[in-house]
Design a protein around this ligand. Structure first.
Ligand code: UDP
Ligand code: GLC
Length: 385
């Protein structure tokens, strides 16, 4: 599908392929020639956008790159960098009717660029603006700027929208647009391909296999799955993903934890993969275990589209995706014993697990379509002054 109007200049601070970037890839892809993307860092995201025929420019950050979500106040150098990059972004604005920032850092740059180029600025908010995700100072600064200058906030879930409003954000600005995911790559996988993938990974056909997908970060909860596995002696796990934003120490800690728990040989660290639909289909269960509230959680919808039962942590946007006991299983965040019990229960009831997976698959196709997301974003970016 393509979109006629508005014409958008999307801005993202990341060059890596996180969920926010994969979602923007689909939105910008649907906008086609009516979208252009500015990245504030180079990386594989640029090639992925270019492969879809989307015009991309990379304008790297300097000192602003160093500002973390936990930073109390940005340095004068970071502020100067914001102005420098914003001037360059403003030069890219021609027939675009709106600037749309895909991350908090990009929002700050977009606000300054919007002032220079006299265009409305929309923040596509994909984060829960609450501690421990962000420092209080960071939240106050972002919400104040949003209330003063944002033409609209697109929130990726009601949980994200509610956190914005709870932090003082104006409710009138917010529209909720859930992520939509294309089912086609999931539909393209058949049982033979899944079985072959499993064999290639060295997982015996009769062994139970759970899989978790996501960047390496303490809040994504890979450590919780490892603890759960310690109590499930004959279950294998695929841990798929990589440290995307400098969490290499966490990756080493996870590998050490797996060895300490005696899980070597049962836990397979696969790194970042671009064949997620195949790996999900190769597994018996898809696990999500975020320890802090997940803003949305694409991996949950993807697990459903792969026709696999999903176990997810009951917090944030997850509750808007999974109906516990019907379209998936919800467990308390950070509770390894509850996760182990949920895995055990699905394993002991294959017919029930398959029926749940099928209900999840139908629900994901209906409720999280690409078309609905693109329409929602397009509407939210239209008619702004
Ligand atoms: N993903 C991927 N390869 C990997 C691990 C994850 O392509 O090795 C994708 C995954 O399929 C999903 C996204 O990364 O689409 C993660 O999005 P999610 O919303 O679950 O979490 P985020 O990283 O955005 O917080
Ligand atoms: C962010 C969030 C994730 C969400 C994704 C797409 O990266 O962490 O929960 O699914 O954006 O909106």
């Amino acid at each position: 599908m393509t979109v006629a109007e508005p014409r958008a200049l999307f801005i993202d601070h990341a060059g890596v392929l996180g969920g926010a970037e994969l979602s923007l890839l689909d939105v910008a892809g649907a906008f086609g020639a009516r979208a252009e993307v500015v990245l504030l860092a180079d990386g594989p995201f640029r090639a992925a956008l270019e492969a879809r025929g989307i015009t991309v420019s990379v304008l790297p950050l300097g000192a602003l790159q160093q500002v973390k979500k936990s930073t109390r106040l940005p340095s004068p150098a970071a502020l100067a960098d914001t102005i420098r990059v914003a001037r360059r972004v403003a030069k890219h604005v021609n027939t675009h009717t709106v600037l749309c920032a895909n991350s908090q850092k990009a929002f700050v740059v977009a606000l300054a660029a919007g002032l220079i180029a006299r265009r409305p600025v929309v923040w596509y908010l994909r984060d829960i603006l609450a501690p421990p995700h962000f420092s209080r100072t960071n939240i106050t600064a972002a919400v104040t700027l949003a209330n003063l200058r944002a033409a609209r906030i697109i929130a990726n879930s009601h949980a994200t929208a509610d956190a914005f409003v709870a932090a003082g954000g104006s409710k009138a600005l917010v529209r909720v647009v859930h992520n939509g995911i294309d089912p086609a790559p999931f539909d393209a996988i058949d049982d033979r391909a899944a079985a072959a993938a499993r064999e290639q990974l060295g997982i015996p056909a009769h062994d139970y296999l759970v899989a978790m997908f996501g960047r390496f970060h303490e809040w994504k909860g890979q450590q919780v799955l490892l603890d759960a596995l310690a109590g499930l002696p004959d279950v294998h796990a695929l841990i798929v993903g990589a440290p995307l934003f400098g969490e290499e120490a966490f990756e080493s800690a996870l590998k050490a934890q797996a060895s300490r728990l005696g899980l070597d040989g049962r836990v397979h660290f696969l790194g970042f993969r671009s064949d997620v639909p195949l790996l999900m289909r190769a597994a018996d269960v898809v696990v999500h275990a975020s320890v802090y509230p997940e803003p949305f959680g694409r991996v949950i919808v993807e697990g459903m589209l792969a026709g696999r039962p999903v176990i997810a942590a009951r917090a944030g946007g997850v509750i808007e995706i999974v109906d516990d006991g019907d379209t998936g299983v919800l467990v308390p965040p950070g509770d390894a014993s509850a996760l182990a019990r949920a895995i055990g229960a699905l394993r002991s009831d294959p017919a029930g697990a398959a029926a749940m997976a099928e209900r999840g698959r139908i629900h994901a196709r209906r409720s999280f379509s690409l078309q609905a997301m693109v329409r929602g974003v397009s509407d939210a970016l239209a008619g702004l002054e």
